[in-house]
Design a protein around this ligand. Structure first.
Ligand SMILES: Cc1ncc(COP(=O)(O)O)c(C=O)c1O
Length: 382
């Protein structure tokens, strides 16, 4: 029998990260493409996981997550954003940020609902909306600062608009939301039933003493928002795939219905370890300075190349234009940079459904000093 199934995601292909990482392996290139650190994570956190396993934390945690971890997260939220959330009703531990986002979208979306997504966008957003039968409404961030054009947002709101998806600090551009963005957002959603999804997986990685404009600072907006986080992204362990979602009790009650029958509960020893690790506030307060140093070092090295660096105020990515090198498309340049120069990068055009090409590439600077130096030594030749 020749079994054929109609694809639920007919336009989905292998992600650009997988493609570029495979190319990086093939050409033994330095990989500044995919967003993961190449340095070791905290020894203390590794020991805490080992200890948790030895101490018998190897069975299911409660469906909503290990209670002491949710409690320490509520404390962290109060310390950083002065907002009180209830760990019993407002926080759920998820298998990574991506799954938190998927669960939030699936909780809310019905066929034909419209979801406003800003491009360039992290690659899971559009397929996650489409798999729920909903319609992505795409708006370009304004190149080269990648700011949101709120006037355009207002124009795109219809009776079908169910959600607005935000991402700050932003992948791939490193842009961050400011207080004016929050004010514009607030005025747009006022008197509507629009739900917000705020992807804050790079939460602690905001630089130059800028305050992260988390939705968690704004209890009036939190009542209509799912705020999604990733332990993997900020604690240098992307392979752990552990994250969490914070919301209002009403929204979280529905979120947990989807979570319960999808993942049910997450890796127990990592949750036990993180609960202990996060008691020390330095574990998160030290992250911005640590990563800013990497960003600044990378920028100083890149001055010796013909790339023009754009601003990165957060995340662990920085973008660059290359008009002094060539006028080829970003995807061609990224392939050539990998094959000929031996440095894998990501074309920002891959973060647009229509492939919009401002001739920009993205570098990940969450790398060892030696890796950044080795990469720039090669990039100088372009
Ligand atoms: C903007 C954004 N959201 C979510 C994620 C996914 O986080 P996790 O690895 O915890 O699923 C990423 C990872 O690259 C990301 O860049």
């Amino acid at each position: 029998m020749n079994l054929t199934i109609p694809s639920k995601l007919p336009s989905a292909t292998t992600s650009i990260f997988t493609v570029m990482s495979a190319l990086a392996d093939e050409y033994k290139a330095v990989n500044l493409g995919q967003g993961f650190p190449d340095y070791s994570m905290s020894d203390e956190l590794i020991s805490l996981v080992n200890e948790a396993m030895r101490n018998g934390f190897n069975q299911y945690t409660p469906m909503q997550g290990y209670t002491p971890l949710r409690e320490v997260l509520a404390e962290k939220i109060e310390t950083l954003y002065k907002t009180i959330v209830n760990p019993d009703t407002d926080i759920t531990i998820t298998p990574g940020g991506t799954c938190a986002i998927y669960t939030a979208l699936t909780t809310i979306l019905k066929p034909d609902d419209e979801v406003i997504i800003f491009e360039p966008a992290y690659d899971s957003y559009i397929p996650n909306v489409e798999i729920n039968g909903a319609i992505p409404v795409l708006i370009n961030l304004q190149f080269p600062e990648y700011k949101i054009d709120w006037t355009e947002v207002k124009k795109k709101i219809t009776v079908k608009t169910k959600m607005i998806m935000l991402n700050s600090p932003h992948n791939p551009t490193g842009a961050v939301l400011d207080e004016n963005d929050i004010a514009r957002l607030r005025s747009i959603v006022k008197d509507t039933n629009i739900i917000i999804l705020s992807d804050e997986v790079y939460e602690h990685l905001v630089y130059d003493n800028i305050a992260h404009q988390s939705i968690l600072r704004y209890p009036d907006l939190l009542t209509r928002t799912f705020v999604c986080f990733s332990f993997g992204k900020v604690y240098h362990c992307t392979g752990w795939k552990l994250g969490y979602c914070v919301s209002s009790p009403e929204l979280m009650k529905e979120f947990r219905k989807v979570h319960q029958f999808n993942c049910f509960s997450c890796h127990s020893p990592s949750q036990v370890a993180l609960a202990d690790f996060l008691k020390n506030k330095d574990s998160f307060l030290s992250l911005a300075a640590f990563m800013q140093q990497k960003r600044d070092y990378f920028i100083s090295l890149m001055r010796n190349t013909r790339f023009t660096m754009l601003n990165s105020k957060g995340s662990y990515f920085i973008c660059a234009t290359y008009n002094k090198i060539s006028d080829e498309q970003a995807s061609d340049l990224a392939i050539r940079t990998t094959k000929e120069a031996g440095v894998a990068v990501i074309p920002v055009s891959a973060f647009y459904k229509a492939g919009t090409d401002n001739k920009v590439i993205r570098f990940c600077f969450a790398k060892k000093k030696e890796t950044l130096e080795a990469a720039v030594e090669k990039l100088i030749k372009l």
